[in-house]
Design a protein around this ligand. Structure first.
Ligand SMILES: Cc1cc2nc3c(=O)[nH]c(=O)nc-3n(C[C@H](O)[C@H](O)[C@H](O)COP(=O)(O)OP(=O)(O)OC[C@H]3O[C@@H](n4cnc5c(N)ncnc54)[C@H](O)[C@@H]3O)c2cc1C
Length: 471
């Protein structure tokens, strides 16, 4: 019998397996497609690999400004694709190695809960193996980390249309399209828009809201949009139908317009995978957003936890990692019989908190943020202090990034407590240093505390410190 059976080997599942294996627990990890899940195979890693090639290409093209001559710069899409696949393969092998190292059993197939754990009776899980046949396993506890898939809205003309692809389809196209229309101006849509426009594609993004990346700070989002110089944004526009590769939409002013392209990316969000792993048989509470969980990643059924995109709480790989860690701490308490079901025994501190989850949008120009935006604070009635500094005052940014457009660092603090509430960045390296903002918020540091921190110079990140002094 296993201590824990994990369904899904994305960031949530494989990290939990590794941590439990490290604690010498007997773990079965079930995966029906590929180790590493969406993130490693069709999400974070392949997009960033392609974006890196695009960045190298733009940098080489612009190198003359820095006194470096690179003549006849071009790219080879087939080689870029090959490199992307090699990166995923290498990392997937790395996960397989880690599972071996920590003694985790891996079953390749579809896992399905056929009976939840009841009292001292273990859970039963059936695996329909990819190689054929089935297996049944018993587990004292279960962690579901079945992830999410692209959401496809019922837009007339989109179903079975070979010109319409989702993010997974777009990652492995055989040739770079001359024209691309992206439906949806969220993170995934904008990253692909930046990628292909950097490679010379004429890109149009159609977004229903008035601004791209709806959760971004309202002062920063337009800045980021303007930095994506090659992309044509149609904001406040509603897609009505698709005919072939033409997207028909209504503008904010009510005019009917059309965007012609060679390919259309549908990037309107993702939905949790709730139908493959026996959620109903297990009696789990589900909402359209995902599996209902508490702050310890417990579901309504004792003995079953859920982590990652399947909960619909925060669809990011690093959120999945943290949710998995929180779930593992609670599973270990449960397995080792410490504390029973009491929240106090589990420890208030080792619970999932969402107030300091950083996010990032990658590309030649980056954007990242953590904590409250100005509009979040206003909606909560919190009086704030704010300071924003343009990237052009950063020596490092000016020296290295003449091609990557405008940018700024904005910091928000609570006027009453003087605690840092939000850090928002548009500009190069944003994704690399936003964790610092998360640390300030998570540790509830005040303006005066941050003023005493020393940042390395010259770095783009030191603008956080300068903005805090500006407060
Ligand atoms: C194009 C794109 C770019 C992204 N970029 C970023 C980024 O830069 N940064 C970031 O933080 N996030 C990014 N994400 C989101 C990130 O990929 C997800 O948040 C993350 O993968 C969630 O991890 P997970 O473990 O919850 O689920 P997943 O990674 O989706 O893994 C779930 C796994 O469960 C398996 N599974 C499902 N049902 C069963 C079953 N019944 N039996 C066995 N196996 C099953 C699936 O095959 C899958 O492998 C991106 C996503 C996409 C699509």
């Amino acid at each position: 019998m296993y201590d824990t059976i994990i369904i899904g080997a994305g960031p949530g599942g494989y990290l939990a397996a590794e941590r439990l294996g490290h604690q010498k627990k007997k773990v079965l990890l079930i995966e029906e497609q590929y180790l590493g899940g969406t993130c490693l195979n069709v999400g974070c890693i392949p997009t960033k690999t392609l974006l890196n090639s695009a960045k190298q290409y733009v940098h080489a093209r612009e190198a003359g400004k820095f006194g470096v001559n690179a003549a006849n710069v071009s790219f080879d899409w087939a080689v870029i694709q090959k490199w992307k696949d090699e990166v995923s393969t290498k990392l997937r092998e790395g996960i397989a190695g880690q599972m071996k190292r920590f003694g985790v059993d891996v079953a390749l197939g579809r896992g399905e809960i056929i009976a939840p754990p009841r009292g001292t009776a273990p859970a039963k899980v059936k695996v329909t193996l990819n190689k054929g046949g089935t297996e049944e396993h018993e587990g004292r506890t279960i962690l579901v980390s079945a992830g999410s898939v692209p959401a496809i809205p019922p837009i007339p003309g989109s179903k079975d249309n070979p010109k319409v692809v989702d993010s997974t389809g777009l990652l492995s196209i055989g040739a770079v399209p001359k024209r691309l229309t992206v439906i949806g101006g969220g993170v995934i849509g904008v990253e692909f828009a930046g990628l292909f426009s950097s490679l010379g594609t004429e890109v149009t993004v159609i977004e229903m809201m008035d601004e791209i990346i709806p959760f971004m700070d309202k002062e920063q989002a337009p800045l980021f949009r303007r930095a994506l110089t090659g992309v044509n944004f149609k904001l406040g526009c509603k897609v009505e139908k698709i005919e072939g590769a033409a997207v028909h939409f209504t503008t904010k002013a009510g005019a009917a317009e059309k965007a012609d392209a060679d390919l259309i990316l549908m990037a309107v969000g993702r939905r949790p995978v709730l139908n493959t792993w026996g959620a109903e048989a297990a009696g789990l509470d589900l909402t359209p957003k995902g599996v209902s969980v508490d702050d310890w990643m417990r579901t309504n059924i004792p003995g079953i936890w859920a982590a990652g995109d399947v909960t619909g709480k925060s669809l990011l790989a690093h959120s999945a990692y943290r949710m998995a860690e929180v779930a593992v701490a609670d599973i270990l308490t449960n397995l080792d019989g410490i504390g029973g079901n009491s929240n106090t025994a589990r420890g208030a501190s080792n619970r999932m908190r969402y107030n300091a989850v950083p996010w990032a949008v990658y590309g030649v120009t980056e954007a990242a943020g953590v904590g409250m935006t100005e509009q979040d604070a206003a909606s909560k009635g919190i009086a704030i202090l704010k300071a924003s500094l343009p990237m052009k005052v950063s020596g490092r940014f000016v020296a290295e990034n003449t091609f990557s457009g405008p940018g700024a660092v904005k910091v928000i603090a609570c006027a009453a407590t003087r605690r840092i509430l939000g850090v928002h960045v548009v500009g190069a390296y944003a994704s690399e240093f936003i964790w610092g903002g998360a640390a300030l918020i998570e540790q509830e540091l005040r303006i005066e505390d941050v003023k005493q921190l020393i940042f390395p110079h010259p770095t783009v990140s030191e603008l956080i410190r300068d903005a805090v002094w500006g407060l």
